[in-house]
Design a protein around this ligand. Structure first.
Ligand code: ADP
Length: 548
């Protein structure tokens, strides 16, 4: 209010100063003094009245009183200061800017009153005297109109800007929301995503792809420049030539799918299936590419495993089948053989048929999802003894010694038939993967809550790369696959399943060429821990019994 009123007050004080020079007598007139007093009083009102507490629109009083101020001053000083009427411009602008059309109307009426009142009270006025002063209200009305138009256009522009601002804010919020959604999606999918521009520069990379790059980088640093990464062909050895690397191909605008590469060194090497799609800009020009890298290591390994398995199982079926057919031929064709020989041949055929049956049972066991165990109180010492005895002929055949360090009763709760399968498989492997002269040792011991037994051999051992996969069904170590050793990778799969169905675990420690130890840990039932029924805590290897 004070700032709006100040221009008129200052202008009036200037007029006063001019009058003091040109017509000092006017300053003494009642009209001028009243004008000056009223102007200062209004200014004081503007400064001190609590306008924000008064009803809205109360401010109109002030510009209306300004008209009175100008009218009073003009009445006596219009002849000395001809442009005095222009002081009306201040209340006019104020009213027009604040009240719009009503303001224009009030301004016009106020300005007319300012010039009309003196005329109406004047005694001798010619028609020219009456008309001429109305120029001022006319100009003031035009000014009021101009101000009104200006203010309205500023207001509508401001409204448009506000609407635009709100729209921009909304779009920004939407794009932030989308960004968050995209980030979450990129981190949720288990696929490495990498976007590059037309020059091959990185635009975006998710966490999974950073991990891929860490594997490929010689320093393990994901920020390593693309050309410095070790990208290998699907054989896992040959580096992919620069122009055939996925990012290089994508930068050339090529779109491709399922392009296999490998990153990292064994045993952590991963096989990645890369896919790229080109991006176009608004004009249809190449703008970059998005690449996706899916980790297909497990799938590739499973396929290799399947190929090996098919080759092995064919061999394992073929050998006993050929033998059965051979012996049956001998019986059918051989007229000279005695009945005793026929019996021998048929016995051999039967043995091989049983081998086949065992093989098929093993296959069914590992491929069936549930393999029931029926735990009961049983003597592990007795079971070990029986298994060692039945493995002895095979061990003898390979000049391998079996040492049984479990020579006393050892009560546990387990399924004796299944546990015999576990021990048979472990002993069979220990003998099979040993050299003549090697030793296989069976031990058993117990802790507070577990009963454990182990089969240790001094045979060929297992490499560090093969060790994590050794219990995977159908898996065979690389060294065994390359040799002609029989087997299909069923035994340890069966061991693992049986032991886990007992709530226990099977583990292995091994060193190539030094041997392996397979350990089975089973949870002990409460009655097994009863000192009345259980052997005392401590190693159960009291009397060592040599099987060979
Ligand atoms: P298979 O003996 O028929 O191949 P298994 O499941 O019993 O199948 O064993 C899986 C693989 O584990 C074997 O092929 C072999 O590479 C490795 N393995 C098992 N036991 C031993 C052992 N005692 N010494 C060395 N390697 C072993």
């Amino acid at each position: 209010m004070l700032l709006s009123q100040l221009p008129l007050t200052v202008a009036l004080l200037l007029v006063t100063a001019i009058l003091a020079v040109v017509s000092p007598h006017i300053l003494g007139t009642t009209s001028f003094r009243s004008a000056l007093f009223l102007a200062l009083a209004i200014l004081a009102l503007c400064a001190f009245l609590p306008w924000n507490l008064l009803p809205p629109g109360s401010f109109v009083v002030v510009p209306l009183l300004d008209f009175v101020v100008v009218a009073l001053a003009r009445e006596v000083a219009a002849d000395s200061v001809t442009s005095l009427g222009l002081l009306l411009v201040f209340p006019v602008i104020w009213l027009a800017a604040a009240l719009g059309r009503n303001g224009v109307l009030l301004s016009a009426v106020g300005a007319v009153m300012v010039v009309a009142v003196p005329l109406l009270v004047g005694v001798s006025a010619t028609p020219a005297d009456v008309v001429r002063p109305f120029l001022l209200p006319a100009i003031m009305t035009v000014i009021a109109l101009a101000v009104h138009i200006l203010v309205s256009s500023i207001a509508s522009q401001e409204a448009r800007l506000k609407a635009k601002d709100a729209e921009l804010r909304r779009s920004y919020e939407v794009s932030l929301e989308r960004q968050r959604l995209l980030d979450t999606m990129l981190e949720t999918v288990g696929v490495g995503v990498h976007a590059v521009d037309a020059a091959g520069r990185d635009i975006l990379m998710n966490e999974q792809h950073r991990r891929n790059r860490s594997l490929a980088a010689p320093t393990g640093e994901p920020e390593t420049a693309e050309p410095d990464l070790n990208i290998l062909a699907n054989d896992g050895i040959t580096p992919v030539p620069a122009e055939y690397r996925p990012v290089a191909r994508a930068t050339l605008g090529q779109s491709f799918s399922d392009y296999l590469i490998r990153v990292g060194a064994p045993p952590n090497q991963r096989v990645l299936s890369s896919t790229a799609r080109a991006m176009k800009d608004r004009d249809g020009n190449f703008a970059g590419s998005v690449l996706a890298f899916g980790d297909v290591t497990d799938l590739v390994n499973a396929l290799a495993l399947k190929d090996d398995f098919v080759a092995n199982i064919s061999h394992e079926f073929r050998t006993p089948l050929m033998s059965i057919l051979g012996y049956l031929d001998l019986v059918l064709d051989g007229e000279e053989e005695t009945a005793g020989q026929h019996e021998l041949f048929l016995g051999m055929a039967q043995n091989n048929a049983e081998k086949l049956l065992n093989l098929v049972s093993g296959l069914l066991t590992v491929s069936s999802d549930s393999m029931g165990v029926h735990p009961q109180r049983m003597d592990l010492g007795d079971l070990v003894r029986k298994c060692v005895v039945s493995a002895k002929p095979r061990a003898d055949g390979r000049w391998v010694t079996i040492v049984n360090e479990v020579s006393r009763a050892f009560w546990i709760t387990a399924d004796p038939e299944r546990l015999a399968q576990v021990l048979d498989n472990l002993l069979t492997n220990a003998i099979k993967y040993s050299q003549p002269g090697d030793v296989v040792t069976v031990r058993a011991w117990e802790t507070n809550d577990q009963a454990c037994f182990s089969v240790t051999d001094t045979g060929m051992g297992i490499s560090e790369q093969d060790l994590p996969h050794i219990f995977t069904r159908y898996y065979r170590s690389s060294r065994v696959r390359e040799s002609a050793m029989p087997g299909v990778g069923l035994g340890l799969g069966i061991v693992k399943r049986i032991v886990e169905n007992h709530g226990g675990s099977a583990t292995v420690t091994s060193k190539p060429d030094l041997g392996s130890t397979f350990t089975v840990s089973l949870p002990r039932a409460r009655q097994d821990q009863d000192p009345q029924q259980c052997p005392a805590e401590g190693p159960a290897n009291v009397d060592t019994e040599r099987a060979h």
